[in-house]
Design a protein. Sequence first.
Length: 476
Amino acid sequence: MKRLLIMSAYFLLSLAVSAHPWKPSHYVIVDTDGGIDDIRTISMLLASPDVRLLAVTVSNGALPADKAFIKVKSLLNSFHHEGIPVGINRLGSFRSPEFPAALNARWGDEEGIDPSSAGNSNDIISEIIRVEKTKLSFICLGSMSTALNALRNIPEFGNQVKDFIWSADGADDKTGFNYNIDAKSSVSMLKQEIPVKIVRKYMLNNSVFWDNELTEAVKAINTRYAKAAGSVSDFSESHRFALEANDEMTALFLHYPELFICKTLGNVTDCIPSDPAGLRENTLKILKGETVPRNQVIKEFSADPDFYFDDLSGSVTAIIEKHGIDEFSSSVISNELHRHLGVFTVIGVKMGIRAREYFATGVDEFHVRSLAGSTPPISCFNDGIQVSTGATPGHGLLTVVNDQPARPAAEFTYYNRTIRLSLKPELAEKVISELKEFNFVYGLDSNTYWELVRKNSIKYWLNMDRNEIFDIEVIK
């Protein structure tokens, strides 16, 4: 009996430690019609570490679905989130008015984006709910067409979705634009049993939400998401719509429902924005990525140059401005773990952050198969990988391959999709040859060798752009 209890305890412990150590509160799929307010909305959702945007679908509305697809892909590509699936809802007879403001809005570089190659929205949604069993919110920024189509044709969809969050003009308003894109879908979705939370646009302060003060505060935030959100006022400053907040309210409602006055009747909840100061304050909080604590032990990672050794302090501000606090803090931690500042450790950090960006994930969310082996100096790369991704041996998420020639490369698997990142051959050759030269001239036991390695590491830390130094290959 005692042996059975011990075995049971080990079994339960193994289940506990194999579970995800930290998860965001909100898993979402977003359906957009390409309105300019959706630039801000999607940027806000991606900026928050408490949200995991699993996929985006596009449907007819402010723009035709194929043109909305181009806008969305260009935005995600500008964030280096190439791995977020985007599908098109090709159903429906709605003829888009192709609003000029939406049509002319620049979400990102549209060159080479082909909507004819996009997957069907139902196929994208089906794959997501097959691999992710966490209950999710389906956010509708346009019509309810995609939601109803999925509900009727994907057997597990209804079990996987905990609620629909819909940007619309209220439960009783039958004249709104989003309602009438597909009125039949609107009627059907309001009658089905899964909760529908209607989030209205901001109507306070003469409907002006994005005033100069808020816009300038957003532009001052040093993240790509804030820059995208702030750019809307630049290309649409003469358009009244750029001052208002419509779909953006859904991102705020997801995080801070207490800032809304909500009334529920049956399965439908009607939510009205109610706290101007709180809504603006928390818009900035979301875009700063401050919706949940990022660290486990320290409250905040120091960006003060004086906190660091003299040879690094002069580069601290430039590194953070160029590469972001996430890469900087991961590099500091990994080099402390590694016990010396090393080039391959820094490169491992940059690769790990780049892989997370590709899939738009947090830490501890994918498996890594490192091809760097277990022999220094190339294997030093593994320390950078595990710190920047959370794919540590302790979490069972890191495998190191030792049966082939070592190289600074790794395979990252997320939701059954795998990519391989490799340091560009010319850069790998340069870094390795420099280390060999230092070793040949000074030897591994000399202080000069390690001083040169440290100096080189700081140089590459600052100058290597993670979006330019790796080759990315889609494996599956």
